[in-house]
Each structure stands twice: as C-alpha cells, then as structure tokens.
Design a protein around this ligand. Structure first.
Ligand code: PLP
Length: 429
C-alpha cells in the first residue's frame, strides 16, 4: 500500500495491516506476549544478532506496535516509525538518538510546557544544553546560533497552548544549511492537517495520547523518520550512526543507509532504555487512527465556529486561534494548515485568575482537566496548573497571562459547546 495508490482516509484504515496467520483475525490482534519462542538454538542466535526478520523480544518489537508504527509512518509520509510509552518518552528517545552529554540543541521558544520542563531540567542534568530562539528570527539569525556541537532543531508545528503556527520551511532551510535534522512535534496538527516532511522536516514526534488515539483512554508516543537526512554526509556530527561499533560492528549507516536513525532508535535507544508501550494501548490507538480524518474534520469545524463565536465576548480580552481572520498567524495557517487550524483555542479572561476560577467552576458540559485531543471538549487554566512552576515574568514572556484558559475543542455539537462556554463566560462578568 503506497501513498500514490490510496488516499489518506483509506490508508488510516489499512496501511501496515497484517492478517494474523493463525486465526485470520481481520483487525490487528493484541499480541500480549513478552517474547517469542525460538525454533532452534541457531534460530535464537540469528534473531539476537538481528540477522533474522523474526522477533526476539517485545521490549522493542511487538507485532501490534509494529502495525501502528507502519500506519503512522505511512500517514506522515515517512519511511519508518517507532512507538513508545508516551509523547514525553518519544521526545526523550528522539533526542537521545541524536545527542549526548556536551551537545547543544536549538529550539523554538514556544513549546508545550512539559517539553520545555524536560529540556530545562532532566535533559540538562544529562549534559545537554538547549537554546530557545524566537520563532520570528530570520534564517541567518538561526544559522548564527548553530555550533559545531549542535545536533538538532526542535519545534512544534502548532505550539501548545497558543497556536503560533511555525514557519517550517524556514526552519527546514536552516537545518539543511547547517547539516542538522529538523525535529517537529506534530501532535496538535496530526498528519491529517499537516505532514511536516512535505515542508522539509526530518523527524516527526507525536504524543499519540491526543488526537491520534482520540478518545482520552491511552498514553503513547511515536517517532517517525522521514528517511531524508543524509547521516553519512555529516558523519562527524553523528558518530553513533556513522562509525563502527565499539567491537568493530558495521556502522548503522553502512547497514541501513538512510534508515540508520530509525534502526538505531529501535535497536539501541528503545531496546536499552525500554520505554515500551503496551500492545493493549496500541490496540486502542489503532482504533483511533481508523477514524482520524472524520474526527479531525469535526474538531476543526467546531474550533473555527467556537473561536468566531467567542471573539468579542465582553469577558474576554483575546481569543487565540490561528484560523481567526484577525490572528497574526492566519497567513501561516493558510499556508501550512489549509484543512483547518487545529482544535486548541486559548482564551484570555479580562478578570484574570479569579475570572478563570469562576469560568472553569461554571462549566457543565466542558470537562475541567489537563489533556488535549479528546473527543470531549476540555478546559484548563494553565497558569495555575501546567505553567504553575514558572515565575510570573516567565509566564508573561511565554504569553501565559493570568486569565489564560486553554480549550481543547471536541466533536460534540458546536451549539451545545457555545452555550456552555458563553454561560460560563457570562458568569465572570
Ligand atoms: C505538544 C505535546 N507534545 C508532547 C506531549 C507529551 O505527551 P504525553 O502526555 O503523551 O507524554 C504533550 C502533552 O500534552 C503535548 O501537548
């Protein structure tokens, strides 16, 4: 099954599928097994050495997970994908495969706070350094910050929570000129709304917990390789992929060519660190992906209608949604997200934190919780929760004002949501 042959809606149902040989089960079964019985002594030797196509152990190789990984790679237009236990695990694994202690990573300034926290805390303690650059910087300004030890540019296609659509072509130009991969967290857009590889990205990350699984039931993550980065051409920067192993084993680029990164992720990073996702979670993810296009159509229609309906409400000083005609990101949204600007809306309440308290406590239909990409509509005051650890000046620098509430718009009837949101806003006046 190839991209040229079938459309997205067909591939989200079928790409990568296997028909179970024993039972002919039509949908991908949950292969709930830790390991796989070897046929013989020699078979075990071959599987361990990676010379057999048959499996050795579920930590990094489980058939249910492999089907979902192949499907996601197909939908993103990549060549390989690896599933892991959460979006956070996907980000950590993707970067561990690229960088080690002493290395430097450039990022855009506006990122999901969990990611920023990992970059500022846990990964700094592992010896990595991160430098955040404003999205609006020019190609030359970005290039001026690239150092010999810079190993990646990291960004989000639609940053959570303010939706400042990122100019991926610009960042891809920087990455290509600098000889480093562009890593894009595409969680909020999903491959239905945007495929970053088409704009020059090299690696795509997903929290599959969000719109891909879609029903708020599972946590998972994925790393997708675009297969386009020429690792061998930048051999000194990525010795883990291009140099022979410590016992003289062939390098990953010699063994796997343009697939070296995916192979290294799977057979070193995931095997050694073990951030394995359970196949039961992946079973639910596969069910979610089968209806992705249908849900995304409704998510973005609802978000556009609701953003327009809330704009101008007297309780609000701002509605942040890149699909709004007056959004400073509307031009980028038209260019990169022609099928819809995602379904995160952030609203800024004029009455600040106290108004936000009244607002969330007045909601009846909308769920007050942290999470995004659910079929249900969700709301959260980010300053007192997700961004609570930051100082007030740090929050303001990121655009997290005291009255900011993030909405993740679900697939319910838009009129019902508008009524609930408007009533809760009225209560703050
Ligand atoms: C954009 C983005 N990336 C990554 C993550 C982390 O994903 P997970 O919660 O699956 O670890 C989140 C979580 O909200 C997110 O919003």
């Amino acid at each position: 099954m190839t991209n040229e042959q079938y459309g997205f809606e067909t591939r989200q149902v079928h790409a990568g599928e296997i028909i179970d040989a024993e039972a002919s089960a039509r949908i991908t079964p949950i292969y709930q097994t830790a390991g796989y019985q070897f046929d013989s002594f020699e078979d075990g030797v071959e599987r361990f050495a990676g010379r057999s196509t048959r499996r050795a152990y579920s930590r990094n190789d489980n058939p249910t997970n492999v089907v979902a990984a192949r499907r996601l790679a197909d939908l993103e237009g990549g060549t390989d994908a690896v599933l892991v236990a959460s979006g956070q695990a996907a980000i950590a694994a993707a970067l561990f495969a690229l960088a080690s202690a002493g290395d430097h990573i450039l990022t855009t300034k506006k990122l999901y706070e969990g990611t920023r926290e990992m970059f500022r805390g846990a990964l700094v303690r592992q010896g990595l350094s991160f430098e955040a650059i404003d999205e609006s910087a020019t190609v030359d300004e970005w290039l001026a910050r690239v150092r010999p030890n810079t190993k990646a540019i990291y960004t989000e296609s639609i940053p959570n929570p303010l939706g400042e659509v990122v100019d991926l072509k610009k960042l891809a130009e920087v990455a290509d000129r600098a000889g480093i991969p562009l890593v894009v967290d595409n969680t909020v857009a999903t491959p239905y709304l945007q495929r970053p590889f088409e704009f020059g990205a090299h690696i795509v990350i997903h929290s599959t917990s969000k719109w891909l699984a879609g029903h708020g039931a599972v946590i998972g993550g994925a790393i997708v390789d675009g297969g386009r980065f020429d690792w061998a051409a930048h051999a000194d920067r990525f010795p883990q992929l291009t140099q022979p192993g410590s016992r003289g084993e062939q390098s990953f680029t010699d063994r796997y060519g343009s697939g070296a990164y995916g192979a290294y992720l799977r057979s070193v990073i995931v095997l050694e660190y073990g951030p394995t996702v359970p196949p039961t979670s992946t079973f639910l993810l596969l069910h979610g992906i089968e209806t992705l296009s249908l849900r995304m159509e409704r998510h973005v229609q609802n978000a556009q209608r609701i953003a327009e309906a809330l704009e101008g409400h007297p309780a609000l000083t701002a509605v942040h949604y890149p699909g709004l005609a007056g959004s400073p990101y509307r031009a980028l949204s038209d260019k990169y997200l022609p099928d819809g600007a995602g379904s995160i809306i952030s609203i800024d309440l004029a009455g600040g934190r106290e108004a936000a308290r009244t607002f969330v406590d007045s909601l009846e239909l909308v769920s007050h919780m942290t999470h995004i990409g659910d079929v249900r509509t969700l709301a959260i005051h980010t300053g007192s929760t997700i961004h609570a650890k930051l100082t007030e000046p740090e929050r303001l620098d990121l655009g997290i004002t005291p009255g900011l509430v993030r909405l993740s718009i679900g697939i319910e009837r838009a009129d019902d949501l508008i009524r609930d949101l408007t009533r809760a806003l009225d209560a703050t006046l």
